[in-house]
Design a protein around this ligand. Sequence first.
Ligand code: RIB
Length: 298
Amino acid sequence: MKILCFGSLNLDNVYQVEHHVRSGETLASQSLTQYPGGKGLNQSIALARAGANVYHAGQIGQDGERLVSLLKENGVNCKFVLQSQERTGHAIIQVDQNGQNCILLYGGANRTMQPAWMERVLAHFESGDILLLQNEINGLPFLMKYAHEKGMQIALNPSPIDGGLFSLPLDTVRWFLLNEIEGEALTGVKEPKRICQKLLENYPNAEMILTLGSEGVCYQSKDQKLVHPSYRVPVVDTTAAGDTFTGYFLAKISAGESVSYALECASKAAALAVSQEGAAPSIPTIEEVQRFDFPARE
Ligand code: RIB
């Protein structure tokens, strides 16, 4: 089974700050580092580091070659990464003293994809293959509809959340991987247990994976309901924790592992990611996940 991650590739400019800058405030940062990122790229790397057979499709500008090199170094097939006239997407990320981030995005080349090219890419995939999507590229309605008609299985991480998500054909989604904020936006419901329930009422054939930060993760499908705790780790930078979780979870599920094992691996991988700086560089290898020995939260 092949996994196609059709998603963003960003250059992340990460500023260490005492606190996130407030409206009207001018704030000096303590440092600036540029890392590879983008939810799409991060999730492809997490999939590959977890051992999946992954293809990345997306667009960069002339300034984005190092992103492709990193994907290739990690074993991601990049034959569907295209260079466009637009500059590479980028993110301005502030990380505060507690490791919490806030992110401003510039879509750039991520948002200039053409449907005819998307169709040509999908022609290389078959019924049963997985299409993984986030919300940082244009053309999601087309990709979802076309992939669904081909019989591909769709995994959606609806991040970042925006009004456009409501016009997507969400009934084509097999796995929703989302956090509380995204869950609340999609359902209008605040309480985590009710978010999964409400999503299932709307999309009864889908599987819901709701990450709750230090509260762990809830999984619910029409046949199964599970919770898995988070782990106690030092928090350095939470950027890409969700991406790491998504990549690891899907890699394990696509390898035929049980949902409970996939949740455990993905939770450990995400915990390791928050204890390192940066997006892609913080994603652990499968060997690091196997050596994991931090305690679970009660
Ligand atoms: O999820 C983290 C990612 O969000 C960053 O790498 C940034 O590029 C934004 O896409």
